[in-house]
Design a protein around this ligand. Structure first.
Ligand code: ADE
Length: 280
């Protein structure tokens, strides 16, 4: 996958991409991220890329020519599956959306600033507008970084244990169940017995019930969506991973529109290699 990010602050952005999993993904060659400084596309001597809004009012608008020229120089070189504009009035970023984007070859992300970009850019170039929440950020850079993180980690081999990407919160429309690690008892606080039992069917059932209950308590909006389809129309649900025991509900079962297995993982890819998981 190749991602081109058009921004006024390439240095601020590159810091994020030089760390952690995203850095590893680039090192492995599964993703290339390129930054384009919009100041370099300015038509003025001072490198400005904004202008006063027609009709007056406070704030500035990102002008059409620098962005249009930069976009066209890139689209002349390759086809982009999506030209994304990060904006608070865009479609809310979700796990299904990240899944969809993770299957693309070439993405372009425009980071807005000031009062946003000239509307004609949205009409004629942008194919997808994404918000990361109902609040206004100073610019689209943080939103672009969030989108890239959510998408890149889904590409096979980027995180060591692919199954953990599939069993993330939201991947099946439910939040994730609680997790524990050693020791089995700390200050008298015990790990639930079932997790130490070695009975995989029971553990899967316990995790599913925990996910269900947590979702009901913490995200009633998601719970309602999940339960309407899963419980009221069970014939419309479908598995995305082979169920170890058809009698046991498993975390990776749920409403088809929330269940989307983005990549074909073979059994080999599903095995966990701790050596892959060092956090450089
Ligand atoms: N730019 C400013 N605020 C934003 C938001 N909430 N989401 C995406 N881009 C933005």
């Amino acid at each position: 996958m190749r991602i081109d990010i058009l921004t006024l602050f390439p240095n601020m952005m590159s810091m994020f991409f030089e760390e952690s999993i995203v850095k590893r993904a680039q090192k492995k060659g599964v993703v290339e991220v390129h930054f384009h400084d919009l100041h370099e596309w300015s038509l003025t001597r001072y490198g400005s890329v904004d202008d006063y809004p027609y009709g007056g009012g406070a704030g500035m608008v990102m002008a059409i020519e620098p962005l249009a020229n930069c976009i066209e120089s890139l689209t002349a070189q390759r086809h982009y599956d999506d030209i994304i504009y990060t904006a608070p009035d865009g479609e809310m970023l979700s796990q299904p959306m990240a899944n969809t984007l993770s299957l693309k070859e070439n993405l372009m992300i425009l980071c807005g600033h000031y009062k946003g970009i000239d509307e004609r850019l949205r009409e004629h170039f942008v194919t997808r507008e994404i918000s990361i929440g109902d609040y206004v950020l100073t610019g689209g850079e943080l939103a672009a970084a969030v989108i890239c993180d959510a998408v890149i980690r889904l590409i096979p081999t980027v995180i060591g244990d692919e199954q953990s990407a599939l069993s993330d919160s939201f991947q099946d429309g439910l939040v994730a169940p609680p997790e524990y690690t050693r020791p089995p008892e700390f200050r008298g606080w015990k790990v639930p017995d079932v997790l130490l039992s070695g009975n995989h069917a029971k553990i899967a059932e316990w995790r599913y019930q925990q996910s269900l209950e947590r979702t009901r308590q913490r995200r009633p909006d998601l719970y309602d969506k999940y339960s309407i389809i899963t419980f009221d129309k069970p014939e419309e649900t479908e598995p995305i991973l082979p169920n170890p025991d058809p009698d046991i509900p498993c975390c990776l079962y749920g409403p088809p529109e929330t269940l989307f297995r983005p990549h074909q993982y073979d059994d080999e890819n599903l095995s966990f290699n701790p050596a892959d998981n060092n956090n450089e």
